[in-house]
Each structure stands twice: as structure tokens, then as C-alpha cells.
Design a protein around this ligand. Sequence first.
Ligand code: HEM
Length: 293
Amino acid sequence: MSHETQGAGQGAESAPHLDFQGTTPYEDYVRADVLTHLQHPLSDDPGEMVFLVTTQVMELWFTVIVHEWETAARALREDDIPVAVAALKRSVAELEALNASWRPLARLTPAEFNSYRSALGDGSGFQSAMYRRMEFLLGEKSASMLVPHRGAPRVHAELEKALHEPSLYDEVLRLLARRGLPVPAAVLDRDLAARYEPSPEVERVWSSLYAEQRLPGTSPSGDSAAPAELLLLGETLTDVGELVWRWRNDHLVATRRAMGAKTGTGGSAGVAWLEKRAAKSVFPELWTARSHV
Ligand code: HEM
């Protein structure tokens, strides 16, 4: 294919290609035509578009983050901490971008939200399957969260698989056990489809690892490199936990500003229900262990 005649008057040799047989290679890769025609507001309110697109943008970030955490879980299963940490670190930057995307919705007034709220009907982020996959990977398992998706076979099958698989945190604890740390059998053999419950023994494992921390340059010669690698894993997981907690709390504050104490479109008590969800810590023992170091 020749492009020599293109871009007359603009320095043809340095101008981008203009002629393609079918759709552009950009389109074939990005599917921008599909992506930018998935916006179907349900009201005439001009403010609904940014609500819809922000929700779609967040769904895309959830998808990337699930991909990173699945990559990390697989790497941990294979005892490859560097690959796991690299995926978790990418997810930290992605969580920061996800959280920054609250900006356009963070200051909705009740009147602004009311302009399209009734058009949303019973629709609620509570029904987001990709958010649920994130929670499952963090150990927040719950079989009842599959119920809303009974009518969508692909989504239901993906969620069901995720429910029964070890979470990212299960893989971390299994790795710590393989490294000789005293993670109790009851934790290693737990029912994977049940919510992870914090364990005092796991808290002691983390507090002993953190207590061994040596500042750079102060490590006596002969120290094993293993604790440093495990500490890096612990700190990266702590970053993930903090940013997920921030997403939940930014969501809570945006909701409180937009609708006060009214009930949610998904049927919950609204802010009171979200407050309980937002109060939970992610990877609980990584936080409580700090009191004992
Ligand atoms: C300012 C606008 C928003 C308001 C007022 C709002 C309100 C609510 C409320 C009241 C709930 C509780 C369930 C219910 O009864 O509906 C909820 C849950 C949820 N929302 Fe939003 N939301 C907003 C924006 C978003 C956006 C942009 C997303 C992005 C996907 C989102 C994702 C979620 C998720 C994932 C849950 C379930 C949380 C959980 O299971 O712990 N929300 N939202």
C-alpha cells in the first residue's frame, strides 16, 4: 500500500497514513466505535451522561484490576513473588486512577442526582459483577452475591468460578506457609467459598515479619533476603488495601452528598448500609499486626 500521495502540502513523507482498506488498525485494536456507542442515558437530563460514563470507566478499571490480581494470585501459587509484586504495583497505580475518577461525581447535589435518579429504576452498582469479583479476590466471598446474576449465564459462571477459587489473600497465606511461617491449618484448609475471617495466628505471622524489618544499610551480613521480599509483598498488599478502602469511603461520601439518608436504588438502607461496608478493612491482619510491632 502506498501513502506517497497523502498529506499534500504538509510534508508527505512525515504525515500519518490516511488510506486503509477497511476499518483502521486503531479501531481494530481499541474498538473505539463500539466503546463510544455504549452510552444510552435513560433520562433527558444533560448531567446523566457523566454519571453513566464514570460508571463505565470504573467498570473498565475493575476489569483491569481483577486481571492484575488474578495474575498476582497465579504468580504466588508458582512462588514467583517478583511477578506478583509487579502486578500488584500496577494495580496500585490503577486504583489511584480509579479513585481519581470520582472527581466528576464527588459533589453532586440531591437536586442534580434527582434529575435522573428515578430513570435508574432498581439499577445499582451493588449489581456490578466485576466489583464482586474484586471483593472475592480480596477474600470477601459470599454465595448470595451470585443470586442477582442468575439470569446472565456468562457472568454467573465467572462469578461462581471466582467464588470457589482461592482468593489473592489465600494465595499469600499459602505462600507464607510454604516459606515455613506458622499459618494455621484451619486457615489453609478453610472453606474457600466463605468470607475470610481474621485469624490471631496470621496476625502474629505478619507482626513477626514486620518486627524483623531492617532499615536499608543496617542489615547484619548473612541476613536472609526472604523477609525483605515478604515485607515488600506485605507493604504492596497494604497499599492495595488502603486504596480499596479509600474507594469505598469516597463512594460513601459522594452518596451522602447526593442523597443523604434516603434508601438506595438497589433497595438497601443507603448510606447506613454503605457505612458498614466501608468500615471493613482489607487484608485485616496486615493492619492489626502493626499494633504488636
Ligand atoms: C454519586 C453517585 C452514586 C450514588 C448516590 C450511589 C449510591 C449507592 C448506594 C445507595 C448503594 C447501596 C446499594 C443500593 O441500595 O443501591 C451503592 C452501592 C454500590 N455502588 Fe454506588 N452510588 C453512586 C455511584 C457509583 C458509581 C459511579 C459506581 C461505579 C461502579 C458505584 C458502584 C457501587 C457498588 C460496587 C456498590 C456495591 C458496594 C458493596 O457491595 O459494598 N456507585 N451505591
